[in-house]
Unconditional design. Structure first.
Length: 378
């Protein structure tokens, strides 16, 4: 039975190749002379006694696509690659040659895509004939441009001419000798030109006295001593919270303790049991409450300097941020006052030196007498 089905399916390869494939497939019919792929598949299926439903279960292909293969309705099938897979599966289930079935499908249903071909025809021949002319025109154009540039450069070259300075005047040496014998006088120093003076730093009137408690206009006033520098923050473990560039308040644990940061709406921003040396940086302008059962277990650092311990188990974070900002402003004012004092002292010293030079007057410059060279050693 299998040999009969295979014989009914095989076809003459030479006769098939001589035939021109039709781009539009025709539906298979019951005509015995029909040797299309669909008719061959249908005849093999009828000879095997299998139904379309049974073949669909065996090949896992829908009966609609199997019917389209038998009827030659290739437009119903999906893409070409899937259709060839269906043909291969259908032929394999019937015990037919799968490769032969795929080749017949390709001949009856050719690919509509046409591959690109190399350029041929009159356009290519015309381009080949005109190529020497185009190259010649381009060469002439380049030669004209280069020649024009060379001509312009040659015209701009000036002929060499003698220098205007013919000879050195004879009285130059005499004038130089007379200038050397004259005494040189150094006058009083002149003030720097306006474009080189450095303007004095502006300090808001009353701000320095308000912040430092010392009147800068009082010559007898003694500036208050700078406060002692507190211990600086020394990280000894993990640091949580905001970055060091924006935070002004840092809480560091002296010993293992629990730290909880609650926002104003009750949400918990940070909650952790910190080990000894671990720290938490507070974000700026944050309305929150610091909650800890052991406030003395946390050191407070304001702008990197030690500011004591937490005052209570529940402390507002805004108070610590305000203390840090006030300390920063006070430090800036103290630095500005110190710079102003140094500038005034420098100006007073310069004025005193100028007054001293003005009272003594200019001093003549006398060249040092020449000393005789020691006699050479015998």
């Amino acid at each position: 039975m299998d040999q009969d089905r295979q014989a009914a399916f095989d076809f003459d390869a030479d006769a098939t190749l001589d035939q021109t494939p039709e781009p539009t497939p025709q539906a298979a019919s019951d005509d015995p002379s029909d040797d299309s792929l669909g008719a061959s598949l249908r005849a093999a299926r009828l000879a095997s006694g299998l139904s379309l439903a049974q073949l669909s279960t065996m090949t896992r292909v829908h009966t609609r696509f199997l019917t389209a293969l038998e009827q030659g309705e290739y437009a119903v099938l999906p893409s070409r690659i899937f259709s060839m897979g269906y043909v291969r599966a259908y032929a394999g289930a019937l015990g037919l040659d799968e490769l032969n079935a795929v080749e017949r499908f390709k001949q009856e249903y050719p690919d509509a895509a046409v591959p690109l071909q190399p350029p041929t025809g009159a356009a290519l021949q015309q381009m080949r004939q005109n190529s020497p002319k185009i190259l010649g025109v381009i060469g002439v154009f380049l030669a004209v441009v280069i020649g024009w540039n060379v001509f312009q450069r040659i015209n701009r070259i000036e002929a060499p001419h003698p220098s205007d300075l013919v000879a050195v005047p004879e009285d130059w040496a005499e004038q130089a000798d007379r200038q050397r014998d004259r005494a040189l006088y150094l006058g009083a120093p002149r003030a720097a030109p306006p474009d080189q003076t450095t303007p004095a730093m502006y300090v808001t009137p009353g701000l320095e006295a308000q912040l430092t408690g010392v009147d800068p206009d009082d010559p007898n006033a003694v500036p208050p001593p700078a406060p002692p520098v507190q211990a600086a923050f020394n990280p000894r473990g993990a640091i949580y919270g905001a970055s060091a560039t924006v935070s002004q308040v840092t809480l560091q644990a002296r010993k293992p303790a629990i730290l909880v940061i609650r926002q104003g709406d009750g949400r918990i921003l940070f909650a952790r049991q910190l080990a000894a040396g671990e720290a938490w940086r507070a974000p700026p302008s944050l309305s929150a409450t610091i909650d800890t059962p052991d406030p003395e277990a946390f050191d407070v650092y304001l702008n990197g300097e030690h500011g004591g311990v937490l005052p209570a188990p529940q402390s507002p974070l805004g108070t610590l941020n305000n203390r840090a900002q006030a300390a920063a402003r006070e430090s800036e004012a103290r630095a500005a006052a110190a710079v102003e004092a140094r500038a005034r002292a420098a100006q007073a010293a310069a004025a005193a030196a100028a007054a001293a030079r003005a009272t003594t007057g200019p001093q003549p410059y006398q060249p040092a007498p020449a000393t005789a060279a020691p006699p050479p050693a015998a």
